[in-house]
Ligand binder design. Structure first.
Ligand code: ZN
Ligand code: ZN
Length: 163
């Protein structure tokens, strides 16, 4: 369910033609026992290897993920790269609507990074960095005018990946 909400938002807000792939196996190779988390960077590297014609891959994972420098991340992206990862682990809320909105926001934010966008100073922009759920909840599910322009500009240069 979260996956289809995310796909619908990527389509509607970022104009990305989104397809949903079948679930893949739990990425045990990326498990970090001392932290009881999964290494986002390793999973993203793996995702970038998939060749199905789509230029970008966005992985959705239920496990908690981390990066070498941050104790946890909601999502991680190869800036201007091919793959990103979003964790639903810390986004849960008793209100399913809130949970879906958070998942969509993180996914749009990571998709923006994939398209080469950095963080935005504009606080009413999905590319604004949020370090906690309160900050995330206060963001709109949309890009500011400048970021939206950049998204469209980058999308014109995107070519389908080789199969
Ligand atoms: Zn970011
Ligand atoms: Zn912006």
């Amino acid at each position: 369910m979260a996956v289809s909400v995310i796909a619908a938002n990527l389509q509607a807000v970022a104009g990305l033609n989104t397809g949903i792939l079948p679930p893949i196996e739990s990425p045990d190779y990326a498990y970090v026992p001392v932290r009881n988390q999964f290494d986002a960077t390793r999973i993203i590297k793996q995702l970038a290897f998939f060749r199905d014609g789509a230029p970008f891959k966005l992985g959705i994972i239920a496990h908690d993920i981390c990066s070498p420098i941050l104790s946890f991340v909601y999502g991680e992206s190869q800036l201007g790269g091919k793959a990103a990862l979003v964790s639903l682990n810390r986004l849960f809320d008793n209100n399913p609507e809130t949970f879906y909105q958070r998942a969509a926001k993180i996914s749009l934010h990571e998709a923006g990074h994939l398209l080469g966008l950095g963080h935005c100073w504009e606080s009413f922009c999905i590319m604004h960095f949020s370090s906690n759920l309160e900050a995330l909840d206060s963001l709109p599910i949309s890009f500011c005018t400048a970021c939206e322009y950049e998204i469209k500009r980058h999308l014109r240069t995107v070519v389908a990946d080789e199969k």
